[in-house]
Each structure stands twice: as C-alpha cells, then as structure tokens.
Design a protein around this ligand. Structure first.
Ligand code: NIG
Ligand code: FE
Length: 414
C-alpha cells in the first residue's frame, strides 16, 4: 500500500542522507520544502519533494491520498527519556511541594521513587500494561512516534523484570519504536537502607545478568546523585553492562554536579540526561565524545529547579537533545509540544534548534538515528500533520495548544 501526502504547506526537517546528530552552529538550521508532497510505501518514506515536481498517481487502486490541506508535516518526535510505566500518580507530593517541601524532603519522608516502587510492586503486569498503553496512545496523538521507557520503579528482581516485560509487550503490540532501559539503580529500597553495596550487588550480579539473558533491556541507567548513587556506583554498573554488551544512558547533574558526566562519557554512555547543574569539567568531558547531552525542561518546570544551560552547550559546539522525562513524580507530562515550547521560552533555544533537539538528536540518544528523526528516503514513515499554521515557529510559540491534526506511524494513519 502506498500513501501520498499532498498539499503540504511546508515539509519540515528533510534530509538527503541520515546524519549522526546535529551539533553546535548546525543546530540553528533545518532543511524544509515549501508546497511539498511525501510518498510512503510499506511504512517507509520513498519520495518527497515539491508539489510542482510530483508525478501524480500511477496506481489508483493501491494508493491512499492524504490532503494536508495546507498544514505542515513534521517527523514525529523521538522522546528519548521517559518513565512511562508506573502504577499510580503522585499529586499528593505535588501538593506537599506547593506547601513548601522540596523533592529531597519528600523522598526522605518515604515519598518519591520509593512511593512509586511500593505501588508498582503491588500492581499486576496486566494492569501496568493497560495503563501504559493508554498513556502511550495519548502521546502518539501529541506527535510522539518513538519513545524510550525505563524501569526503575520495581527495585526488586521480580518487579524490575515485570516492568521490563510490560515495555516488551508495548514494543510487540504497537507500531511505535520503543527502547527499553533497565534503571534498577534508581533509588535505594528500604530493605537496603544501610546497605548500598548489597543493593548494587543485587543490581549488578542478579538483576542485570537475568535481564541480559532475557534480552529485556536495550540500555542500562543509574540515578547518579547525592543521596542516591555515587560516581563509583555508576562506574561499577556501566562497566558490568559494557561487559554484557549493553550500552548506557544515565541520570546525572539533576541537583548536583558530582562527576557523573565524565564517568558516563568515559564508559561510552550514549546519553547523559538532566544536566540542570553543570560544572566546567562537564562541558570538557562531553566535548569530542559520542555522548548526547539530553535536557528535560518539563522537569525543571514542574519541580521549579534551574533550567539546563542549553545555549551554553550549543555555543561550545555540543549537540543538545530535549526529551520529556514523563514520570509521576518530577514530570507528569509526556507532551513533547510543551517540551518544544519550554526549549524556546525557558532554554532560549530557537525553533530550529528545538526541532533538531527533539527529532534527530533524540533519535541518536535512542540509537535509532538511521531509521527515524527526519524526513529522509528509507526512514520509517512516522510523521505528523499540523493544522494550517503561519510558520513552523508557531508550534513552540503557541504553547499548550494542540495543533496536530493527524499522526502517521509506520505509514499508518492513527
Ligand atoms: O528523571 N531523577 C530521577 N528520576 C526521575 C524522577 C523519578 C520520580 O520522582 O519518580 C527523573 O526526574
Ligand atoms: Fe528520568
């Protein structure tokens, strides 16, 4: 089956050849085609160009025409950092924060990640799957076509595996491109309160090998932060994962710069995520590496913590990716349109930088830059069509508004 999308006011983020990522000054540029068409066959982009060069329909019986009616077409967002599988919301903690408690104080009282872990341990795999599927379908409507999902609310062997199996089922039963990340080292469970070494042993010697054998994780992750896991823990885990051939993505520099970036980069991490607090040596560690600095502005928005210095990173020639961090504690939203708006409004990135940061660069941070992240012949046809808008800058400008009229995933209208 062939699909042709015609009458596209502007086709956004076209590429002749798939690029690795977009960094530094190049982030200020995107390629677009005005008055354009795209052809898709068997879920793959086969041709695109200007309407005046469109050859028309060869086989009417086997072609579906979608008229963009003057809307724009974007590649879907790749959201390279989420905790989409969880058992319960945490608006009680939200109210606690309004009343003056900090994220750290709430965690000390037994809230935070341990609160989510308790709820998840008591939920069945089927319940978790059904709820995560509903959330995923909502995100697709908002333009997300690829997503990374972490475990990390299990914190026991069985519950971590339960979470990863839910992610596997989402992979198998939807057309969305999904990557699974094992985040067993997300917080110290109560039973290990005074025995962090014991918990790290459990994560490294029991959970990780089992997960590797069952091929349940594409990546491993750790929350490298004061009060959670140290740089030494990070090195230990990443080395063990490397030995099993599992690359890493890490939570670093959310509240404190403690050296997690250099440790992650040195051990070949694909991305380092959060980066609200950056020290000089952190920029230095990233420069010339293959690691994608990934910023999560909705988390800063929701927790009221500093925004990451995105422009400084770009000025230093680094690439920057923007992802949602969707989770019930620090970011109860996976809306990438809002992430894009925060990129412009709070991080002071231009619309072009934001488009690169939410498509090509997040695709790299998921290891899928050859198949997604742009409109490119041979890439997967994950696209969204907007309502008619006056320019592509209107999308991040018009924050909070839903401007997406149609989403196509793997060449199928959703
Ligand atoms: O990325 N910082 C660590 N983990 C999540 C928050 C998890 C939670 O509060 O449930 C994050 O923000
Ligand atoms: Fe996170």
């Amino acid at each position: 089956m062939k699909i042709v999308i015609k009458n596209i006011a502007e086709l956004i983020q076209t590429e002749e050849f798939p690029r690795k990522w977009v960094a530094g000054k190049d982030m200020s540029h995107i390629n677009t085609i005005k008055d354009a068409f795209v052809e898709v066959e068997n879920g793959i982009i086969t041709l695109f160009g200007s309407m005046k060069d469109w050859a028309g329909i060869e086989d009417w019986n086997n072609t579906e025409i979608i008229d963009a009616e003057g809307g724009m077409v974007f590649p879907t967002y790749c959201d390279s950092h989420t905790h989409l599988v969880f058992a319960a919301s945490r608006e009680g903690e939200f109210v606690d924060r309004i009343n003056g408690l900090s994220y750290a104080e709430i965690a000390e009282k037994g809230g935070g990640i341990l609160n989510s872990a308790e709820k998840l341990q008591n939920a069945s795999e089927d319940e978790l799957y059904e709820e995560a599927l509903v959330r995923l379908n909502e995100l697709v409507k908002m333009g997300t076509g690829a997503i990374e999902i972490k475990s990390g609310y299990g914190l026991t062997l069985d519950s971590e595996i339960k979470m990863l199996r839910v992610i596997k089922r989402l992979k198998e039963n939807t057309e969305v491109t999904i990557k699974a990340t094992f985040l067993g080292a997300h917080a110290l469970p109560k039973e290990f309160k005074d025995n962090k070494e014991g918990y790290m042993d459990l994560v490294i010697n029991e959970m990780l090998p089992k997960i590797a054998v069952e091929k349940l994780a594409d990546y491993v992750d750790i929350f490298c932060e004061k009060g959670y896991f140290t740089v030494d823990d990070t090195q230990r885990l990443l080395k063990a994962a490397n030995e099993l051939g599992i690359p890493s993505k890490t939570h670093v520099n959310q509240f404190n710069a403690i050296g997690g970036i250099k440790a992650s980069v040195d051990l070949g991490a694909l991305s380092v995520d959060h980066l609200e607090e950056m020290a000089d040596e952190d920029y230095h560690a990233l420069k010339g590496s293959n690691c994608m600095p990934t910023i999560l502005p909705s988390c800063s928005f929701f927790l009221g913590i500093p925004y990451s210095p995105a422009v400084k990173m770009i000025d230093k020639g680094l690439p920057v990716a923007l992802a949602s961090d969707y989770n019930p504690g620090s970011t109860p939203s996976g809306n990438m349109n809002f992430v894009a708006s925060l990129g412009c409004i709070q991080l002071k990135m231009t619309p072009e930088q934001v488009i690169n940061a939410t498509t090509i660069n997040t695709a790299y941070a998921m290891g899928i830059e050859k198949e997604l992240g742009s409109i490119c012949i041979g890439k997967k046809a994950n696209l969204f069509i907007t309502k008619p808008i006056s320019s592509y800058a209107y999308l991040p400008y018009s924050f909070g508004e839903n401007l997406i009229s149609k989403v196509i995933i793997s060449g199928k209208l959703q």
